[in-house]
Design a protein around this ligand. Structure first.
Ligand code: MTE
Ligand code: LUZ
Ligand code: MOS
Length: 762
């Protein structure tokens, strides 16, 4: 680590337990506790709702339902199709029906058990294909296309069609959802929320409580992880706490226990897709067609935006001249699915990788030969119309191939597999290309407020939310770089809607880029002003060189004034020591009617090689290693960036292998605890070697770096194909369904059972 690179600002606090999360904040006297009463059926009309007995329990203060909402009973972010509390009908198992408020959480929980509801049950749909057959879509289908798919097929030597499916994924942030709402003077409210989107919370509280937004302050210290699960779905809990606080004039705290968090919140979208790929004998992909069925759940939430990103990334890092991809967002009786690291991108990339896998089988060549032959090149065009610029897809591939000795590895694995019967090895190469910017152009803006206090210390507020990804450290390091100050002079304050208004969620991996650039601009303006002040104070001439660094003002190399003295001078001269700045990503645009434009500020590239070993007697497997050349741009914090890459890869491998979300036919989540939902632990997570690709400067990124939060997640897709290749060398005769997650159970069935024994996903 370069000496200017600062370790994660939260490192010590997290390790020692000193860091403060929502649940650690001391509550005001008289705080009440709320528990959500939720639907025990997935699709029904409510016939009777009886709270009498529950209300009579000692310590119960109130039970709030939809009728207690003063404003709109509406929390839908993109489409207004989601009530905060159910009115007459229920659309998913776990849908909130009422809020029980009591003097202690255990009392509220007891009372919730005494609520009596009866329903007329309706048919439950959990599968996106079934919803599609009924024509039950969240939005009309969306298509991205280029070239001419109709006429190209006859030029293809091989045309291969198949179906590919991926499962959901639980976010499993360490800190569950929650909020604390505190009534202030008049009708104002302060809401402390564990959200990635403080403004979304503010806006929705305002709508539901029928209060103007300036009555509502939302404050976020930090999250114990979000991973997209708190981009939209932290909002209802904050609004419910706000509703109760407003109704009862008392502070109200609402924290979801783990099992409720797992049951009540949406996950990564499961997809089921049909594809056709057209390829020449030489391995050139000429055409790619796909129909993609997204399982949106019972309401829109962020599904339309997630679907857009799926379409944008459905050709991954490849140039394919003729493309026609249509996405259907299907309404089912599941909790609304939502943002999750990669935001539909991983699902899209999985489809094309699966198609290439099948094409390789047909051609009788390793998949990596086809991948390599079709990588993006400078000057090409993405199917959505954006020019391919500063493309390093081939460069990262070449370095990975050389540094990790791909040909040798390939031969070694082949040799192993001919010598071993029960234990097979497999590997896969996984290139990535991920667009940085919210696909909704409007959201690509951020602001920062920077104060220099009279003692020379600096306080920074932005719209960025710290969720472990290190955004505060990156912004602080940017501020330190502009002011040339040491770390102890800079603090990043909580994220608060009174200091940064109209913010976008911290998401799309763009938190540091957008908010950091706003902070950089504010600091540059302040620094310029202070430099001018120093010049006049020191009576410097035009040919004198003045510099400020090391907390000192230097004139012609001579130390003249301390940083504190300079700030004091600014006070005396009545010079403004506060600056606010706004940043909006330049040049990006997108036309939603033609689905063409240039939606991304830039793309992140990289290439990974994943190795696996499969025990073909038991169906168990080990991921042996992940080696990657990743395009971080000019990283200015290598440790944080490496941590982001490694964490994302582990999460991506988990999604593809062991993490299996299962809903019953009745729509009830069956994998609602850590006994039934498995994530990679330290023993499963493979050793990783993620190297820094030395690429060109990236002016669109913070200090020439590139966004890192989501892109490496998609290297995890390689684990699926590494295992599948292992299985295939055991039993090549079989046509294994392209279905993730590839759990040991699945592997066992694929190895030893007749094909088709593997069941389908929701
Ligand atoms: N890293 C940690 N430790 N915790 C998180 O919740 N979220 C990821 C990623 N890395 C997350 C994380 C997701 S989904 C996104 S979009 C980015 O961080 C958001 O932060 P950034 O925009 O500052 O990169
Ligand atoms: N959220 C969003 C995202 O609203 N739009 C996006 O494009 C996006 N991309 C990644 C993650 N979250
Ligand atoms: Mo990340 S899915 O953009 O919160």
């Amino acid at each position: 680590m370069n000496h200017k690179e600062h370790k994660h600002f939260d490192a010590e606090g997290h390790v020692t337990g000193a860091s403060i999360f929502l649940d650690d904040i001391p509550v005001p006297e008289g705080t009440l506790y709320a528990v959500v009463y939720y639907a025990p059926v997935a699709h029904a009309t409510i016939r009777r709702f009886e709270v009498h007995q529950a209300l009579s329990l000692s310590g119960v203060i109130a039970i709030l339902t939809a009728t207690d909402i003063p404003g709109e009973n509406q929390i839908g972010g993109i489409i207004p199709d989601e009530p905060l509390l159910a009115e007459d009908d229920i659309h998913y198992w776990g849908q909130p029906l009422a809020l029980v408020v009591a003097t202690a959480p255990h009392i509220a929980r007891e009372a919730a058990k005494l609520i009596q509801v009866s329903f007329d049950e309706l048919p439950v749909i959990t599968n996106s294909r079934v919803a599609a057959e009924k024509g039950d879509f969240i939005i009309p289908p969306r298509t991205i296309e280029c070239g001419n798919i109709e006429t190209i097929w006859e030029q293809c030597d091989f045309i291969i069609s198949d179906t590919v499916e991926n499962g959901a994924q639980e976010h499993l942030y360490l800190e569950t959802q929650g909020a604390l709402a505190i009534p202030l003077e008049g009708r104002s409210l302060r809401i402390i929320s564990s959200t990635q989107a403080p403004t979304a919370v503010q806006r929705t509280v305002s709508k539901v409580l029928n209060l103007p937004m300036h009555y509502i302050e939302v404050d976020v210290v930090r999250l114990g992880g979000g991973f997209g699960g708190k981009e939209d779905q932290a909002t209802p809990w904050a609004v419910l706490a706000g509703l109760a606080a407003q109704a009862l004039h008392k502070p109200v705290k609402l924290i979801l226990p783990r099992q409720e968090d797992m049951r009540l919140t949406g996950k990564r979208h499961p997809y089921s897709s049909d594809f056709t790929i057209g390829i020449t004998r030489e391995g050139k992909i000429l055409a790619f067609e796909a129909k993609i069925y997204q399982n949106a759940g019972a309401a829109a939430d962020l599904s339309p935006a997630v679907l857009d990103r799926t379409l944008f990334h459905a050709t991954n890092a490849y140039y394919i001249p003729n493309v026609h991809i249509t996405g259907y967002s299907c309404r089912t009786n599941l909790p609304p699915n939502t943002a999750f690291r990669g935001f539909g991108g991983p699902q899209g990339m999985f489809i094309i990788e699966a198609a290439i896998h099948r094409a390789a089988e047909k051609l009788g060549v390793p998949a990596f030969k086809i991948q390599q032959a079709n990588l993006l090149h400078e000057g090409a065009e993405f199917p959505y119309g954006q020019k391919v610029e500063r493309c390093v897809a081939r460069d990262t591939w070449k370095q990975a191939q050389e540094q990790f000795e791909l040909e040798t590895l390939s031969q070694q694995i082949e040799a192993w597999n001919t010598q071993n019967h029960w234990i097979k090895k497999g590997f896969a190469v996984m290139p990535i290309c991920f667009g940085i910017s919210f696909t909704n152009t409007m959201m690509n803006q951020a602001s920062a407020l920077v104060h220099i206090y009279s003692d020379g210390s600096v306080g920074v507020s932005t719209g960025a939310v710290e969720m472990g990804q290190g955004v505060n450290t990156k912004i602080a390091q940017t501020v330190m770089t502009v002011f040339k100050l040491p770390a102890h002079r800079v603090i990043i304050h909580s994220t608060n809607t009174t200091r940064a208004a109209n913010t976008s969620p911290t998401a799309a991996s763009a938190g540091a880029d957008l908010n950091g650039k706003a902070a950089e601009q504010a600091c540059e303006a302040l620094f310029q002003r202070l430099s001018n002040l120093a010049r006049t104070t020191l009576n410097a001439n035009l040919n004198d060189t003045l510099a400020i660094y090391d907390e000192t003002v230097w004139l012609n190399g001579k130390s003249m004034l301390s940083w504190e003295a300079l700030i004091q001078q600014a006070m005396v001269q009545r010079i403004k020591l506060t600056e606010q700045a706004h940043y909006s990503t330049p040049r990006i645009h997108f036309d939603k009617t033609t689905m063409k434009g240039s939606p991304f500020a830039y793309h992140v590239y990289g290439t990974a090689i994943i190795q696996a070993t499969v025990d073909c007697l038991r169906g168990t497997y080990t991921i042996n290693s992940v080696q990657a050349i990743h395009d971080y741009g000019k990283s200015f914090n290598h440790l944080i960036d490496l941590g982001q890459a490694e964490g994302a890869i582990a999460q991506g491998i988990g999604w593809m292998t062991m993490e299996e979300v299962i809903y019953g036919e009745n729509g009830k989540l069956l994998t609602d605890a850590l006994s039934t939902y498995k994530v990679p632990d330290i023993g499963f997570t493979p050793p990783m070697d993620v190297r820094f690709f030395e690429g060109p400067e990236n002016p669109a990124g913070l200090m020439n770096s590139k966004a890192v939060g989501e892109p490496p997640f998609m290297y995890g897709i390689g684990a699926f194909f590494a295992i599948l290749n292992g299985i295939k060398s055991f039993r090549a005769d079989s046509h294994y369904p392209l279905k993730a997650p590839l759990t040991p159970e699945y592997v066992f069935m694929a190895l030893h059972n007749p094909i088709g024994a593997v069941t389908k996903h929701q």
